[in-house]
Design a protein around this ligand. Structure first.
Ligand SMILES: [Zn+2]
Length: 441
């Protein structure tokens, strides 16, 4: 009996180690566009030592979706716990084709050590409160950092975080989708950022919001008398931290950072049409996706009436049809699937909140009330002058077509990308936006 028990223990330990390896590798598969697809379901493998207690919160629907989206990865929390043969096999298979530096990336090496949480656990990379790269608010937050942070959040808080993917971009990057809180809750909200390439600080802000909110919940804190944990129990926060990762990489790192030759050729052609040399200063101002479409002019809200520009890469180039772009389609599908009660689209810059698209009645009142609450916590002013703004944005579509109280929050001042010396101020202004979003008047 003792020998049996010892060998069972060894099997369990080996399985746990393999599960950790899978988590550490989760990001890298998606950041190698030519590599294997189907990397969703990552979160379900995380936190092997803690996941059992939280299995009751696992979302059956989300698990089913993950199961259908995932090719060969374990999809339920319990499957990673039992040290089952299938989990171990998947881990071993994945381990064979991923390089060791991926683990370093997933551990959030380097940049971020200034987070809200601290930990006395051994092995900081796997501790519940290990700070995300995003939390440091350092300059240069990159797509690979996002991948690492997403995996780290799911690993640290398996009871509250479920990972999903909305598909891949033209240049092969994953559209991360996180469900935070109780996926079964009636109240579902959406927060997304980074739909405009050069506005990538919004992605970093959203990830810090997630990390800090979850750390508060784990610590048993409350906000103005409401426990964070109960906010998570009563709501599901759907996050798409970067709707346009191709554009982000292009704006931040230039065309050489793109993965596919045809995409590099495409953006070079666009630069040539602009009479510009395809250098870093040109691409730093990029706002579109890799096809040159301004994604926030690609939604079916006065799209037909909107002339815009016929020139790809223009910030007014609306694309060939409503939702012609996969990134826009992903948000449309997500919204139609979940029926959000509220949405927030993070943009930069202006320190202003757009909330009006001609709606009336209860939707007018609800949206105004929502906007006023967000204005009170951020200090940003409200702007209702929609007739002088370009239409066909996500918020416009969510209001007009779906009837969802929806806001565009423009962070920062001056120009985009916002300068790094504004990061701390922007964080101060936006640190309680989630609490406000989840509060029901
Ligand atoms: Zn924008």
């Amino acid at each position: 009996m003792r020998a049996e028990r010892t060998s069972a223990l060894i099997v369990a330990l080996v399985a746990a180690v393999l599960v950790m390896i899978v988590v550490l590798m989760a990001c890298s598969a998606s950041s190698q566009p030519g590599g294997s697809g189907g990397t969703s379901g990552v979160g379900s493998t995380g936190g092997a030592s803690r996941a059992a207690a939280s299995a009751s919160k696992a979302d059956a629907d989300a698990a089913a979706r993950l199961a259908s989206a995932s090719e060969n990865e374990p999809v339920t929390a319990s499957s990673s716990l039992g040290g089952s043969a299938s989990a171990s096999d998947d881990s071993a298979n994945d381990a064979s084709d991923v390089a060791s530096d991926d683990a370093q990336a997933a551990a959030g090496d380097g940049a971020g050590q200034a987070g809200a949480g601290s930990s006395d656990d051994a092995g900081a990379a796997l501790s519940p409160a290990a700070p995300l790269v995003a939390e440091a608010l350092g300059d240069g937050y990159a797509y690979d950092d996002l991948c690492a942070d997403v995996a780290a959040l799911a690993q640290a808080y398996p009871q509250w975080v479920t990972l999903d993917s909305l598909g891949q971009t033209a240049d092969g990057r994953k559209l991360h989708h996180l469900v935070i809180g109780n996926a079964q809750a009636a109240n579902k909200v959406l927060v997304h950022g980074g739909i405009h390439a050069r506005e990538y600080f919004t992605t970093q802000l959203i990830m810090k919001q997630a990390a800090v909110f979850l750390a508060h919940a784990a610590a048993g804190d409350d906000y103005q008398g409401t426990p964070y944990a109960s906010m998570l129990e009563e709501s599901a926060i759907h996050l798409v931290p970067s709707v346009n990762p191709d554009g982000w990489v292009l704006s931040q790192q230039g065309a050489d950072a793109l993965a596919r030759d045809e995409i590099r050729s495409r953006v070079a052609e666009i630069a040539a049409m602009d009479g510009a040399s395809p250098d870093a200063s040109y691409f730093s101002q990029w706002k579109a996706n890799a096809n040159g479409v301004d994604l926030n002019r690609n939604f079916d809200a006065l799209w037909s009436d909107y002339a815009g520009s016929d020139h790809p890469s223009s910030e007014r180039y609306k694309g060939s049809a409503p939702a012609s772009e996969p990134e826009a389609r992903a948000l449309v599908s997500l919204t139609e699937q979940y029926g959000f009660s509220r949405t927030i689209s993070y943009h930069s810059h202006g320190s202003v909140i757009y909330w009006y698209f001609g709606q009336d009645g209860a939707l007018y009142d609800d949206t105004l009330q929502f906007a006023q609450a967000i204005s009170a916590t951020t200090g940003y002013t409200l702007d209702a002058d929609y007739e002088n703004l370009d239409p066909a944005g996500y918020k416009d579509w969510a209001l007009q077509t779906c009837g969802i109280p929806s806001l565009t929050i423009e962070i920062g001042r001056g120009s985009s990308p916002v300068s790094a010396d504004q990061y701390a101020t922007i964080w101060e202004e936006n640190q309680h936006v989630w609490e406000t979003l989840l509060s029901r008047p």
